[in-house]
Design a protein around this ligand. Structure first.
Ligand code: 5RP
Length: 224
């Protein structure tokens, strides 16, 4: 039997959701399976409210009949389930491959628990092989890029059909190839201090549990 690692991880995480929780709904092809599973559980009577981390997840959640709220109703989430592009043994993450890093980080920062769902390819010794997404304001992005490059990486404007991709917040993404990031918390602070940067895709000190699906059908759970 073929197992889909992302599906195994995404669906396992949905088991942590209980009645009356406010749940952050992640973005990407792994969080997709969590949202799908939550839709099935809601059809069976589960009562939750969700806060999506992107317009893409909002659309999926609406299609799954997941009741949604916004930060105008609460600033506290009980649990968020989201994917990652890389994760190291200290649970530092690179996120933003899907361009949703800003909303993902706002939601993560306000969640009591953050569960990360991944396939085994995302588990790495050191972050950095995956270019770090950084959300920047469009005005002066070339100058912001220059400052980020001075930190020792090669940033590239993310394009689609030769035009800059716009995030849900109307910003651009620079994908910054560091090769390796030895001190993620310091890199996160340094990048975020550059004027023009909205937020970088390094998530440090935010994840509590990691769920890894494997192609042999097993599911591994890690806590710090
Ligand atoms: C989107 C993200 C995603 O969580 C990350 O890109 C992982 O995606 P996938 O589960 O499709 O591999 O950060 O901004």
């Amino acid at each position: 039997m073929t197992h889909i690692p992302k599906q195994l991880a995404g669906e396992r995480a949905a088991q942590y959701v209980e009645d009356d929780m406010i749940v952050g709904l992640g973005t990407g092809s792994t969080a997709f399976f969590t949202i799908q599973k939550l839709g099935q559980r809601i059809a069976q009577g589960l009562k939750i409210k969700g806060i999506p981390t992107s317009e893409q997840s909002r659309q999926q959640a609406l299609a799954e009949n997941i009741p949604l709220i916004d930060f105008d109703q609460t600033t506290h989430l009980d649990l968020t389930i989201d994917g990652a592009d890389e994760i190291d043994p200290q649970f530092n993450l690179t996120k933003g491959g899907g361009g949703a890093l800003l909303r993902e980080k706002i939601v993560a920062q306000n969640s009591a628990i953050e569960i990360i769902v991944v396939d085994p390819s995302k588990w790495v010794k050191h972050l950095g092989a995956y270019p770090l997404p950084v959300e920047v304001v469009p005005f002066g992005w070339q100058a912001t890029l220059k400052h980020i490059a001075q930190l020792g990486c090669k940033p590239k404007l993310r394009l689609l059909s030769n035009a800059p991709i716009l995030t849900d917040n109307g910003n651009y993404i620079l994908d910054c190839d560091f090769k390796t990031i030895t001190d993620p918390p310091t890199t996160e602070k340094t990048i975020n201090a550059i004027c023009g940067v909205v937020e970088c895709g390094l998530f440090t000190n935010l994840a509590h549990r990691v769920i890894i699906g494997h192609s042999d059908g097993t599911v591994e759970e890690k806590v710090l």
